[in-house]
Design a protein around this ligand. Structure first.
Ligand SMILES: *Cc1c(COP(=O)(O)O)cnc(C)c1O
Length: 354
């Protein structure tokens, strides 16, 4: 696909690379590709970063017709820039798109157009230790019409954000509130998709957890509120009596790329990984009797997030000594080692961007 490039003639001052945080800064350009049912994907362009205009009746504003993705690119010690498993994100975005009757974007267009954008904004990729370039692709309907019907026009956009270490002082265990009032997703719903609507509906639980001093919520299944699903923006894994257990995927759990990568690494180390239903009662018992050896979240932003404490029905349960488990640490070191090009990449997960 041909991509028109309009250079930003008014580039921003670069941020303080040692104090980026997450999602606070955006590069000088963005990528836009338009779609209509008649034309298909057309007019791919890289333009100066700036406001997107749309009609006040656009579908995204009224019916949340929007999906997104999240992945990262890294500056490696050899000076090359590499993305982590971008084809997995491309495939997942198309599974989200199908659920919302949105058009599929060819995987190669997804990956190649991001490559081109990164190339244009190459001086926005941080090089400091523990930094990366967070890539946020999203698709929404800009169609003007407040009738509830499947739109004919959409836009695919990609923006880039240089981000710092998620935990500036290294891995840091988080406190998790087990949410048993609100639900994130249900059978037949949109839990397996990355859509803005899922997050809009989750904010109230996030606020509740924050107000009580917890970092994130652990979601239970939407039907019985019994089985563990995932943590806020991450999938979740437990080490129980030497075995790694993680909730089995279904239509209410987001299939994380980090989750899949962790399962592959864990198995390659000879650890047993079981994907199955895990009830909150089983977790409670395991935490009580000392069988729960580790708990951690997995996701692109933090990579691995050790869990030090759970609040279950008003009771606080610490995971071992509340610190970082050996498996969590090894997964973090290995995954980030592969991503930052400091360790070999035996699975071909990284893709050179330039
Ligand atoms: C993005 C996301 C994850 C993690 O997926 P990764 O591909 O590993 O980043 C987990 N849960 C939810 C709800 C998410 O949106």
């Amino acid at each position: 696909m041909d991509i028109q490039i309009t250079k930003n003639t008014n580039p921003k001052a670069k941020p303080d690379w040692s104090n980026l945080g997450f999602g606070n800064f955006f590069s000088d350009h963005m990528l836009i590709i338009d779609y209509t049912t008649d034309k298909g994907w057309y007019d791919a362009r890289i333009v100066p970063y700036g406001p997107l205009s749309m009609d006040p009746s656009a579908g995204v504003l009224h019916y949340a017709i929007e999906i997104f993705e999240g992945l990262k690119a890294y500056t490696c010690p050899d000076g090359k820039v590499r993305m982590f498993r971008p084809h997995s994100n491309a495939a997942r975005m198309n599974r989200s798109a199908a659920r919302f009757c949105m058009p599929a974007l060819p995987e190669d267009v997804f990956v190649d157009s991001i490559r081109r954008l990164i190339d244009v904004d190459r001086d926005w990729i941080p090089r400091e230790d523990d930094t990366s370039l967070y890539i946020r692709p999203f698709m929404y309907s800009d169609q003007s019409n407040v009738g509830v019907r499947i739109p004919d026009s959409y836009r695919f956009v990609v923006i880039l954000s240089p981000v710092g270490a998620y935990y500036p002082e290294g891995l840091n265990p988080v406190k998790i509130y087990v949410e048993d009032e609100y639900v994130r997703a249900s059978k037949g719903g949109t839990g397996f998709t990355k859509c803005g609507g899922n997050y809009a509906a989750s904010l109230i639980a996030q606020k509740k957890a924050k107000d009580m001093g917890f970092t994130q919520v652990l979601w239970l299944d939407g039907v019985e509120r019994k089985y563990i699903e995932e943590v806020g923006t991450m999938n979740v894994m437990f080490k129980i009596k030497g075995e790694i257990v993680t909730p089995e995927l279904g239509d209410s759990i987001l299939p994380g790329v980090t989750r899949e990568s962790c399962i592959q690494l864990l198995r390659s180390w000879g650890l047993s990984v079981t994907e199955r239903k895990l009830s909150i009662d089983e977790l409670y018992e395991a935490a009580r009797n000392g069988d729960l050896e580790e708990a951690f979240g997995t996701g692109t932003a933090a990579v691995i997030s050790p869990i030090g404490l759970f609040s279950i029905r008003g009771e606080k349960l610490q995971v071992q000594d509340g610190g970082i488990g050996a498996v969590s640490q090894r997964l973090y070191d290995t995954l980030t080692g592969i991503q930052w090009g400091k360790l070999p990449d035996p699975y071909g997960w990284t893709l050179e961007v330039g």
